[in-house]
Design a protein around this ligand. Structure first.
Ligand code: CP
Length: 309
């Protein structure tokens, strides 16, 4: 039903497939609003969640999506595995696949790990975030949330503000949104914006007020302290001053602005609590749409059954 067997990233991913996933996700969103939130779509399918890096939202979201669709699931944690006894990544995964699984959801600190995995397993591989490369399911849920707000992604102006250099969310959103015809402006400290990023078809600004003036929606990213060395910006206080989304800053611009954040949030740094908890923030809608999006992706990649067949 989709043109690619795996979902590794949104670079070069067909627009019609992105739209099919989003449209299917809106169908599954209705399931999540029912009193009994379960369908038999993936009965008989086995999915393994391989998380080699911390996660709250993505992991729970995938696990819930699998349970809501009646799949059999196993979740693997690197800390309690035989990797600690010297077993390689390849041996670990091949042993798991030998147990007859249909799909692997992989989060890994190394960029390219999901692509590498496709070379030695037959199962469908879905990237749940690889290093500083891509986080395609996050971008799909972000685009679904934008479509829910604005009905259409074509011509929509989306600002992505924060640590662009270390953000797989930024890269997948850039690929996805530009493919869907949205305009993207990125913004952050010059030390956290990759050189030549304009070649991906985005505008660049170092002035957050310019982005807010221009945008219909902003996606606020956190500072990824765990991925960077020191010295890329002077202090948290200065970062907040220049790139933090505060009520005072929004008040300077008399406009409706939709605010997104993929989580986890650093309240008081890139976003103030008063903004994160306000009506203009759709952060928890993104989380709910994450479950629906992952249900749609699993359904479309695993050839799931509808309630009719
Ligand atoms: N948005 C996101 O990927 O969050 P987690 O790291 O908690 O999964």
């Amino acid at each position: 039903m989709l043109q690619h067997k795996h979902l590794l990233g949104l670079e070069g991913y067909p627009s019609e497939d992105i739209q099919t996933i989003i449209d299917t996700a809106f169908g599954f969103r209705k399931v999540l609003e029912r009193p009994i939130k379960k369908v038999p779509s993936l009965q008989g399918k086995t999915v393994v969640n391989l998380f080699f890096e911390m996660s709250t939202r993505t992991r729970i979201s995938f696990e819930l999506a699998q349970k809501r669709m009646s799949a059999d699931t196993v979740s693997f944690s690197a800390a309690s595995s035989s990797l600690n006894k010297g077993e390689s990544f390849k041996d670990t995964v091949q042993n798991i696949e030998a147990m007859k699984i249909d799909a692997v959801i992989l989060r890994h600190p190394a960029s390219g790990a999901p692509l590498h995995l496709t070379k030695f397993v037959d199962a469908v591989v879905i990237n749940a975030g690889d290093g500083t490369h891509e986080h395609p399911t996050q971008a799909i849920l972000d685009m679904m949330s934008l479509q829910e707000q604005f009905n259409n992604l074509e011509g929509l102006k989306v600002g992505i503000i924060g640590d662009i250099s270390h953000s797989r969310v930024a890269l997948s959103n850039i690929f996805g949104l530009t493919t869907m015809g949205a305009d993207v402006m990125i913004c952050g400290p010059s030390t956290l914006i990759p050189p030549h990023i304009e070649k991906l078809g985005v505008k660049v600004s170092y002035d957050m007020d310019e982005v807010i003036d221009w945008a219909d929606a902003v996606n606020i990213l956190r500072i990824q302290l765990e991925r960077m060395g020191t010295g890329l910006y002077p202090s948290i206080r200065e970062y907040r001053e220049l790139f933090g989304l505060s009520v005072e800053r929004i008040k300077r611009h008399s406009k409706d602005l939709v605010v997104m954040h993929p989580g986890p949030m650093n309240r008081g740094t890139e976003i103030d609590s008063a903004v994160a908890d306000s009506d203009r923030a759709i952060i928890l809608d993104q989380v709910l749409n994450g479950v629906a999006s992952r249900m749609a992706i699993l359904y479309l990649l695993l050839g799931g059954k509808t309630e009719e067949n």
